[in-house]
Structure formats: structure tokens, C-alpha cells
Design a protein around this ligand. Structure first.
Ligand SMILES: *Cc1c(COP(=O)(O)O)cnc(C)c1O
Length: 423
């Protein structure tokens, strides 16, 4: 646990000795009416725009203007296999082999496509286990899969809940659930980092538990990708999905990422939904009758992808690559620990952090519960130029992002919160 000091001078000294501090300049930071940078702690919702993104997108617009359809093969970055420009960087970022990763579709759509393959209910084994307070879209997706297969969406859903009076989930409770219900569970689908509490789960432990009981295991890593070290391959998970517009800074509604473990790479027998982009690249345009599926995660693609969106992802991954994910993680831990230190100084009677203290069980986000709070506190914060996120009834989610947030951002945010709370 690093020791910090209160005071602005100290925050400034932390920024001065931060080797990643210059990266802030590489992003467009939203400004208030007076042209001052806002304190942007919403990278867990929509990451900021890298300044190089414009030129990456413009390149493709230019090639489209100049080349039309020929751009598929003669653009500077030919569109035909454009997704391949992303694969290596994306795979490195999530700890996977290139064969296991594909950028395609959007997040919830990918979750459904993965469940087509990895939720295969049979006999007594038809239930799906999710975590308490799963992201609503994930819950809706899972429930609709149950209905799609003819099951009752209440009866078929098992929830891993926190203990009474607690927010975080406990692995012993999961073990117990699996001991009792493991034989009925076809799929375990967990948010890798819970969006509400910020709890980062032990993916490997959950996967091993699930596999021991004969369940498929998948993760939604929307709050993990670009934020924590995921080690997807090593986790052994059957699949994972994530979006690229949160910590991966690729723009609103941008494409999602998808991981399919190597063990499923050469299983054309596995049920899946397909399209021409899942077909062998060499014969894709022969428009033949016989389908020949691509090996690996590429074999789950359906459509030719939106190049403009991929260009933005490509730009963002370049920035990550240049900064290096290890140094970013190191800064992230320090930045978040500093936020934790300052928040805790406000006193237990005023605020309580519900995110785990253990740095191995969290990323950059802290979920701060404000005692006797209502939304006016959040509105006040917004008025002072702090952009964070409010979850009813009383939680502020705050995500200092190592690529573009500073220690002074953290200092100033807590200063504003303190004065609003009269703490
Ligand atoms: C952000 C987020 C989503 C949003 O889904 P989209 O399909 O991208 O709209 C879904 N699930 C989780 C866990 C998320 O964090």
C-alpha cells in the first residue's frame, strides 16, 4: 500500500514524476464554458478521443473517395482483411493468442452469438448462472436465450448473490451454488469486472470451478478490457466479449471484441450462426454452395465490417501499444490508490468505498457510496466540472484512467466532493 500525502503540492509532484503524464496531451479532453479541462472520470462509460483517431478515419474516407470499391484491395490499408490490423494488438491487451481474438459486431450482439455456440442446453442441464447486479443488457440477453430455447427465464436463471449487508461477491458462495446446482447449469456468464461495484473477478478460478462441474464459462469483459490484466487464454474461459468504447477509447457505439478459446478453434461441428465472413478467405468470393468455416475466432464473423469504426479502434490500440500496458497498469494502481486515500480522508461517516481494497480485485474504478446522499450531490459535482457517473440510490462511480487522467484530476475531484459534502 503506497503512502500518500494530502495537499495540492503533492498531487503536482506526482504528476511531475509520472512518465505517462504526456499522454494526456494525446487526447481531446472535454472543456467547460471557460475553456478549462473538465475532470473526466467516465472512461468506464465512454473513453476520450485520441487525437490521432481523426487521421486514421480520414485516411479511409479519402481512400473511399478516391478508389470506391477498389479500396477493398488497393486502399493504403486494404479493407478486405482490415480486421487483421487490429488482431495482434487486441490479443496482447486481453492476454490471448491472435487466433483467439476477433473484433466484430457490437457487445450484446456478440454475447448472443457466443451463446449460440456455448449455451447448448440439454436435458437437466439447461440453466444459466450470472452474477448479482449483472449489467442489465447481459441479463436481458441471457434471459432471452433461455426463452429462445423454450425455458422459463426466471426458473432457468441462477444468480450468484452477495451476502446480506454486503456488496461484493464471495467465491465460497459460488462453490456452494455449484455444488448444489452444477449439474443443472449449462453456462456460467459473469461480468469480468462488475460494472457497479468494480469488483474484478478471478476469471481462472471461476472457469476452473465451472469446468469441474461440466459448465461452459464465458465472461463479459466490457469493464475489464484496457483496464485490467485479463489473461483470457490463461483463464481457460470458453469465450469472452467486450466493447471498445469504454476503456479502449474507440468512439460511441464502436465495435466489440470477442475471444474464443483455442480449444474451440478447429471445431466446425460446433453450432454457430454464420455468414460469408466466417467462410474461408480464399474461396469466400466464389459464392459456392458449400460452407467452409475459418479456424479460430474469425470463424464467428458474419459481415464485412465497418472500416471507419475499425480505423478508430486501430488508432486507439496504437496509443496503448506505444504507452505499454504494463506501465499503464502500474500508474492505474497508483492513481486509484491515491483516489482511495483522499476519499478515505473524508471519513467513514461521509463516504464508503464499496470496490475491493485488494488491488488484484479491482481496476481503476472506485464506486463511492455517499451516506445520506441523493442525486443533487452528483448534479453539484457535474456543475463544478467533474464528469463521473451516478447509480441510484447513492453511488458515484469514478474511473481515473491512466492514459489521460492526472493526479491533480483526482485531487481536484475530491476537493470538490469535500466542499459539496461539507466534510
Ligand atoms: C457497457 C456494457 C454493455 C453495453 O452493451 P452494448 O451492446 O455495447 O450496448 C453490456 N454489458 C456490459 C457488462 C457493459 O459494461
Amino acid at each position: 500500500m503506497p503512502e500518500f500525502e494530502p495537499g495540492l503540492d503533492y498531487a503536482i509532484s506526482l504528476d511531475n514524476s509520472d512518465e505517462l503524464a504526456p499522454y494526456r496531451e494525446r487526447f481531446h479532453v472535454p472543456k467547460d464554458d471557460h475553456g478549462h479541462d473538465l475532470i473526466y472520470f467516465c472512461g468506464n462509460s465512454l473513453g476520450l478521443q485520441p487525437k490521432i483517431t481523426g487521421s486514421y478515419v480520414e485516411q479511409e474516407l479519402r481512400d473511399w473517395a478516391n478508389l470506391g470499391v477498389e479500396g477493398h484491395v488497393s486502399a493504403k490499408n486494404p479493407w478486405l482483411n482490415y480486421h487483421e490490423f487490429l488482431t495482434e494488438n487486441m490479443a496482447r491487451l486481453v492476454g490471448a493468442k491472435p487466433l483467439e481474438v476477433i473484433v466484430m459486431n457490437t457487445l450484446t450482439a456478440n454475447l448472443h452469438f457466443m451463446m449460440v455456440s456455448f449455451y447448448q442446453p440439454k436435458g437437466d442441464r439447461y440453466k444459466i448462472l450470472i452474477e448479482h447486479d449483472a449489467f442489465p443488457s447481459d441479463k436481458y440477453a441471457v434471459e432471452s436465450q433461455l426463452r429462445h430455447h423454450g425455458y422459463d427465464d426466471k426458473e432457468g436463471l441462477i444468480t450468484w448473490k452477495p451476502r446480506r449487508g454486503e456488496e461484493l461477491l464471495n467465491y465460497e458462495d459460488l462453490e456452494k451454488l455449484l455444488k448444489e446446482h452444477g449439474h443443472e447449469i449449462a453456462l456460467i456468464m459473469i461480468g469480468g469486472v462488475n460494472y457497479y461495484t468494480g469488483q474484478f473477478f478471478d476469471l481462472k478460478r471461476i472457469t476452473q470451478l465451472g469446468h469441474t462441474h461440466g459448465c461452459m464459462v464465458g465472461f463479459d469483459c466490457a469493464h475489464g478490457a484496457g483496464n485490467v490484466k485479463l489473461d483470457l487464454h490463461e483463464s481457460g474461459a470458453d469465450f469472452a466479449v467486450w466493447c471498445t468504447y469504454k476503456y479502449l477509447n474507440s468512439g460511441p457505439g464502436s465495435l466489440g471484441g470477442c475471444f474464443v478459446h483455442e480449444r474451440w478453434a478447429n471445431r466446425p461441428d460446433l453450432n454457430r450462426f454464420t455468414g460469408w465472413w466466417s467462410h474461408n478467405k480464399k474461396t469466400r468470393f466464389n459464392m459456392r454452395d458449400e460452407f467452409d468455416v475459418l479456424p479460430g475466432a474469425e470463424g464467428w464473423q458474419l459481415s464485412n465490417p465497418p472500416i471507419l469504426s475499425m480505423a478508430a479502434i486501430r488508432a486507439s490500440l496504437e496509443v496503448f501499444n506505444e504507452a505499454g500496458f504494463e506501465p499503464l497498469l502500474k500508474k492505474s494502481m497508483k492513481l486509484t490508490a491515491y483516489l482511495e486515500f483522499l476519499i478515505n480522508q473524508l471519513g467513514d461517516h461521509v463516504v464508503r468505498i464499496i470496490t475491493p481494497e485488494d488491488t488484484a480485485q479491482r481496476g481503476c474504478q472506485l464506486s463511492i457510496q455517499v451516506r445520506k446522499a441523493d442525486k443533487t450531490i452528483y448534479d453539484e459535482l457535474t456543475r463544478t466540472g467533474v464528469i463521473c457517473d451516478w447509480r441510484e440510490p447513492d453511488v458515484i462511480r469514478c474511473a481515473p484512467v491512466p492514459l489521460y487522467n492526472s493526479f491533480q484530476d483526482v485531487y481536484n475531484m475530491v476537493k470538490h466532493l469535500k466542499s459539496i459534502l461539507n466534510a
